[in-house]
Design a protein around this ligand. Sequence first.
Ligand SMILES: [Zn+2]
Length: 282
Amino acid sequence: MFHVSSPINGHPAAGQGSSMHGRTVLVVHAHPDDEAIFTGVTIRRLADAGARVVLVTATLGDLGQARTPLRAGETLVQRRTSELEQAAELLGVARLVLLGRRDSGLPGSIDNLHPDALAAADAELIAVRLAELVEAEGAEAVIHDDDAGIYGHPDHVAVNRIGARAAGLAGVTSYQTTVDRDHLHDARPHLVHAAARATALPFGVARSEVGLALAATPSELAAKRAAIAAHASQIGPAELAHASFDDAYGYEWYLRTGGAGILDDLATGPAVTRPAVLATAP
Ligand SMILES: [Zn+2]
């Protein structure tokens, strides 16, 4: 069942640069916080260029643990929903769509078998619904996890299957979110390091396999940092304050299936300032 939230009005995308006005992208993620961690710079840049970004979040991360106290009567799902809405607004998302699936556990966990778990869902059914959303929105590309789910989490693997299939059904370009593991070998820590330790699987792809990399401008990186910080129930300040933050989070990486599309334009388009080379964080 699709739950469609109200449009977020915080960042009217047009105005700062309208080179991508009228163009739309669907960004699909497994959990609240993935949009900020893996695609925050990309979403902010798309929005700043005038594109409409529709963010689809498949679960509300119900299996996470709250690092910050919940209010009386507040559930973790309520907290994570409001954090997600805040992050989406900071990134300039135009519409947030919640699929309402249950979080799955780590590989092999019994939680993967729960009937509502994303990992146990009928991927074809969800892909068909997403393809309908692509068509209804007139989206020209779908962004989703890579084949291995970036670091092997069953929900991220499911998002790969669903996103790739939806793009195929709708006949649009598909961009797979990944990470450059060679870069992150040097620029650490990144949250994916701890995530990959939890799944005990390798993460990302080798640098030579990366199809497209975006480097953040300082303001895009600031928006990404704020969006990650919005997920305070999951991510503490120490994880954002380390010296390698800019180097670890200042880049986003993709593999492409299909013809060159909007992210290629974003990386090279004349209306978007060429990314500045990042200085080392103080
Ligand atoms: Zn995730």
